[in-house]
Design a protein around this ligand. Sequence first.
Ligand SMILES: Cc1cc2nc3c(=O)[nH]c(=O)nc-3n(C[C@H](O)[C@H](O)[C@H](O)COP(=O)(O)OP(=O)(O)OC[C@H]3O[C@@H](n4cnc5c(N)ncnc54)[C@H](O)[C@@H]3O)c2cc1C
Length: 442
Amino acid sequence: MCTTFGICGRQERQVSSRLPLVIVGNGGAAAEAVLALRASGYRGEIHLFSENNHAPYNPTLGPYFVGGTLELEKVFPFGNKTSFYQGNGVATHLGEKVIELDPSAQTLVTSQGRSFAFERVLVASGAQPTLPPVRGLREALAANAAGEAGGQGRRVFTLRSLADALALREAVEEVLAVPRPQPRAAVVGASLAGVKVADVFCELGFRVLLVERESQLLPLCAHPECASALEKHLLEQGYELYLGAFLEAVSTDESGRVALTFGPPQAATVNVDLVVICTGSRPNLDFLVPGSVETDVGILVDKHLRSTHPALYAAGDVAQGLNLLSGRREIIALWSSARYQGRVVGRNLAGRSSLYGGGIPHNITRVGKLVFASIGCMCDYDEIAVDKKGAAEEVRLYRERRLVGINLLNSCLEIGILKQAVLKLAAGLAKEMRVTWTTFGA
Ligand SMILES: Cc1cc2nc3c(=O)[nH]c(=O)nc-3n(C[C@H](O)[C@H](O)[C@H](O)COP(=O)(O)OP(=O)(O)OC[C@H]3O[C@@H](n4cnc5c(N)ncnc54)[C@H](O)[C@@H]3O)c2cc1C
């Protein structure tokens, strides 16, 4: 017989009546799914597996915690205790990573070698940093993980998990504790996360080197017109910018300083005290049995956020749902989107019919002393309008006379209204483009 926890062999599982619902992951998507399940009257067993041991954490806030402007407890939007799960009747398996999941067999295997049977599963396992192919980088990051030489090796970081944020903050404190002329930090990847981290270092008093492989800042969300204004501003703030840069190698010396070696055009070696790699992320889905669900970059989902396998739903950074502007299934890696998708899946798993209406990329962040916002798509357009008023700038992009993307610089008060406008237009556009959601398995 299966135990009440659903741990059993495959044949035993088939004789059980109702198996638990499983959630893989412990972020915003997972937590919202739990709330929606219970709010929708779901009374069955829920088991949650997470590779980490803490309460659901908001990675968006990691840079502010590192910078000391946010207390640790503020990075846990659902409370910093796992009592959130107990309060919602969830059996947690924290520190137990899922290493294999087969939706057809309705079983998963964990890092502790346990096999677990389930009826349906929500995969909300988020994403992990991608690493550029740079000589010595993996070794430098592994030294962090091992905490080698009493912290001496802890100088190169990624910033995604809470563990990353805690380790980076410790390293920042170590570097700042040593009297020296201005310490120096490099951020590799001038992505939205990268410019945020760079800003944190700048505020902490570091001299900042911002490195980007493309020829401009924020290549995925800033129009070149806006990017060049931002670049000028950062140079005025004392940043060093390496754009179009090819980082060849990373090495750490005995004193803990890191040497970054660049190929042409910079063709230079730069020594810094800390390095953070912000070169993007990729979904955590290696544990899925190959071919068990359709995947592209992430797990392809339909309007109910169900995958091509009826027992498996996906939400958050691991799910590839509808981008209303492109009409394609794409990952929109946003905290608000992860929570929204988690709610939709929670309701669907509780037996209600809840639809995900699709989304558009949007973000607002500080770049140096400027506020920068981006809404929609900044690459696929046939007309551009640029308005400048003092330090404020607005770039609007149109495709077939429709607004498809906006950059705002220092004039972000209307971002909410503009986002709704682009969203509405995008929804209309999606309709006109006859973008229809497939319902897998319908
Ligand atoms: C530095 C940074 C800045 C950001 N800034 C913004 C911003 O300004 N605005 C914005 O909207 N978004 C921002 N984001 C993105 C946002 O944080 C994510 O889109 C959001 O957190 C995704 O939530 P999620 O629940 O899908 O995944 P996550 O928050 O990544 O949670 C996934 C969870 O699954 C667990 N897990 C992974 N694999 C397994 C496994 N095999 N078994 C068990 N558990 C597993 C992980 O440990 C983690 O707890 C930022 C992200 C970063 C890193």
